[in-house]
Design a protein around this ligand. Structure first.
Ligand SMILES: Cc1cc2nc3c(=O)[nH]c(=O)nc-3n(C[C@H](O)[C@H](O)[C@H](O)COP(=O)(O)O)c2cc1C
Length: 178
């Protein structure tokens, strides 16, 4: 069955080589709109996003994040700010809220012909410290992950990693009848 959204989900791959071409500001705005369309616990929206296109800051990320040495022309740091959640119970879910927003960015970027890769930041305290320093984050705002964004300079095949062994039907350990 052909389906544009499913095809885009399968096409999204981590891109680690980027063309020397900036991302149009309108496309970055669309990615942020996609992020802020995601669901959050009690609709508390505890996210904030720092868009970075300054070559000096990007060079700092490349130099100081050992798993983040990628030549993208832009990055979006997905941050959690639990104090934005009016409801104390909802504050507990900031990582899930921000992860869903991040995934929306990855899928939307694939749909726009852009490549992305998620660089995990939280909960590694050294990565958190480095990102805080580079973009001047206050203590109460937590960087969950950094998404590099740019035009791909490598191709990867669309795929799922579907594995029937990971699927249980109705109760753990029960398998689909074949
Ligand atoms: C929480 C998380 C942290 C990740 N951290 C990094 C990272 O530091 N550097 C990197 O190159 N890729 C990172 N990735 C990307 C994964 O390596 C990648 O998603 C995985 O290998 C599957 O490949 P695919 O994205 O092409 O499907 C991370 C992904 C997630 C979800």
């Amino acid at each position: 069955m052909q389906n544009l959204i499913l095809d885009t989900i399968f096409q999204r791959r981590s891109i680690r080589k980027y063309a020397d071409q900036p991302v149009e500001p309108e496309k970055l705005d669309l990615l942020l709109k996609a992020a802020m369309a995601s669901p959050t616990a009690m609709n508390c929206k505890p996210w904030e996003f720092v868009v970075v296109t300054d070559p000096e800051k990007l060079a700092q990320f490349r130099k100081r994040l050992i798993f983040g040495n990628r030549n993208a022309p832009a990055a979006i740091v997905v941050c959690g700010n639990p104090s934005l959640s009016a409801n104390p119970a909802a504050r507990l879910f900031w990582q899930q809220d921000c992860s869903l927003a991040g995934e929306n960015i990855l899928i939307a970027a694939a749909g726009l012909g852009l490549g992305t890769v998620w660089i995990g930041i939280h909960p590694v305290s050294e990565f958190v410290r480095v990102v805080r320093e580079i973009i001047g984050l206050p203590k109460h705002v937590k960087p969950l992950g950094l998404i590099y964004v740019g035009y791909p300079a490598e191709e990867k095949p669309a795929r799922t990693q579907y594995d029937e062994k990971r699927v249980h039907m109705e109760a753990y350990g029960k398998k689909k009848a074949s």
